[in-house]
Write a protein that binds this ligand. Structure first.
Ligand SMILES: [Zn+2]
Ligand SMILES: [Zn+2]
Length: 495
């Protein structure tokens, strides 16, 4: 790509500085384009369009998702930054345009100032931040935020992104970017009372196994959490000691509640005699029995992502239902609009996510759309695709169209004629598995427009309140809470 052989370190540093600057300039251009696209879709929006589930913002988000390879949420984040830099913080925007600050700093400023509603205060903050922003790039993230907040505090104290009061910050989140296959990070903040009850319950369950159980207390608490989700009244955790006489052994209710889909023709793993994988539970007693004889194949749990082969074998051994996906030859056209459970499972497992470009919504939360509208297009794997509700609406009402190919890929065409190709995740994860399913040729009934039968039963949902209204209300609500906090702090102590 670049030939940097023999370049001295001073020249490399010069080049690096220039490239960093160019990156900032490019980011400014990118956001300027995004802001223009938002305008194009949202300007002159009438009441009817602003109240539809697919409002201008949603159309713009779809275009930006597809063009930038971003999820819908990530695209929306980019749109907020782009508009703020252009409309709310033009001086800071100009610095970015000249490569004087990094995209990261610019984004942080737009986020921290999002609660400022007064235009005069906003102009003062923009000018002040433009003065200091070039020095922010070298500060740590925390220091950058503090430096930004100082100016907001000066001109619009109610807008300072308050450290939320503890009770307001409670949440439970699932999944982190770096989750390894087979596990999902769960994190959050509970009310102290709820946490105490949960902790006591999990710890009590964790203590119900015999002492030969190979898991750590933490692992047993994690498993107890899964158990409670399956059976809130559970009284004991299934012991994994493997001793025949253990009173706590048995079928694990957690596994019984799971269906694993495997992209193979045979159920992996034997029954109860499958050795447990020491890699899953630590190297307690199990390790002494040698590694698990895992010959299986990875599986897929709807909503749980990819399950590594050792875990599939273990789930099978402890009672999980395993559904091998039918051979593609067994999948025929079904004479109904609604696909059978078997066909639906196959399509969802093949697609794993919504098939719109950039969208990663899990297929289990998606509609199954007939690519060529029923009844002209068959209820057949080669003509069915997972689409989240937003992108289903976009295809039905929004002028986007998709052609499904026999290997499950889709060619999407937007209203302006740009095309994007999406590949089903399964083809990437399990390249050996044949997912080739050519659909029978469409019958003439299919030649109607996409908004007809393709959207069968699908009407454009209306918003109770427009997006602009909701956005403003959310900002005002946060400002009110901040105001309240400030007033509480200003009160004299009660003594
Ligand atoms: Zn035991
Ligand atoms: Zn989608």
């Amino acid at each position: 790509m670049f030939d940097l052989g023999g370049v001295g370190d001073a020249a490399l540093i010069e080049a690096l500085r220039a490239a960093t600057r160019a990156e900032a300039v490019a980011a400014a251009q990118r956001w300027a384009i995004i802001a223009a696209l938002v305008d194009w879709h949202c300007k002159d929006e009438d009441e009817a369009r602003a109240s539809a589930a697919l409002d201008g913002w949603e159309y713009a988000a779809a275009e930006i998702s597809a063009a930038c390879g971003l999820s819908r949420e990530a695209a929306a984040g980019q749109m907020r930054i782009a508009l703020a830099l252009r409309d709310r913080l033009p001086k800071v925007g100009a610095l970015l345009e000249h490569g004087e600050i990094s995209a990261k700093t610019a984004a942080a400023i737009t986020w921290r100032t999002r609660l400022v509603t007064d235009t005069e205060a906003l102009a003062l903050i923009d000018a002040a931040l433009a003065g200091v922003a070039p020095t922010l790039g070298v500060l740590s993230q925390k220091n950058t935020e503090t430096a930004i907040d100082v100016w907001i505090e000066k001109f619009d104290p109610v807008a300072v992104h308050c450290a939320r009061t503890a009770a307001r910050s409670r949440c439970i989140e699932f999944g982190a970017q770096e989750d390894p296959a087979g596990t999902v990070a769960v994190w959050g903040r509970l009310l102290a009372t709820d946490a105490a009850v949960l902790r006591a319950r999990l710890t009590a369950l964790a203590a119900t196994v015999c002492e030969a159980d190979p898991r750590t207390v933490g692992q047993r608490r994690a498993d107890a959490m899964g158990l409670l989700a399956v059976d809130p009244n559970a009284e004991r955790l299934t012991c994994l000691c493997g001793e025949p006489g253990c009173p706590a052994a048995g079928v694990d209710p957690r596994s019984a509640a799971v269906t694993v889909y495997v992209l193979t023709d045979t159920v992996p793993g034997a029954a109860a005699d499958t050795p447990r994988d020491p890699g899953v539970h630590g190297d307690g007693l199990q390790a002494l029995r040698g590694p698990a004889a895992v010959t299986g194949t990875p599986g897929v749990i709807p909503g749980g992502g990819v399950v590594p082969a050792p875990l599939v074998a273990e789930l099978v051994a402890t009672g999980a239902r395993v559904t091998t996906l039918a051979d593609t030859n067994d999948l025929t056209a079904e004479p109904r609009y609604r696909p059978s459970a078997k066909l639906a499972a196959w399509v969802r497992t093949r697609d794993l996510t919504c098939t719109f470009p950039g969208c990663h919504r899990g297929a289990q939360y998606c509609d199954l759309d007939h690519s060529v509208p029923w009844p002209g297009g068959a209820t057949h794997p080669g003509n069915l695709a997972a689409l989240c509700r937003t992108h289903h609406l976009l295809k039905t009402f929004g002028g986007w169209s998709a052609v499904q190919h026999p290997d499950g890929t889709h060619t999407w065409t937007n209203p302006s004629g740009h095309t994007y190709t999406t590949v089903p995740l399964t083809r990437i994860l399990f390249p050996d598995k044949s997912i080739h399913t050519p659909a029978p040729p469409p019958t003439p009934a299919a030649t109607g427009s996409g908004s007809g039968v393709g959207g069968r039963g699908l009407a454009m949902p209306r918003r109770r309140r427009t997006r602009a209204y909701t956005h403003a209300a959310r900002i005002n609500a946060e400002r009110r809470l901040n105001q309240h906090t400030l007033e509480q702090h200003a009160k004299p102590p009660p003594f």
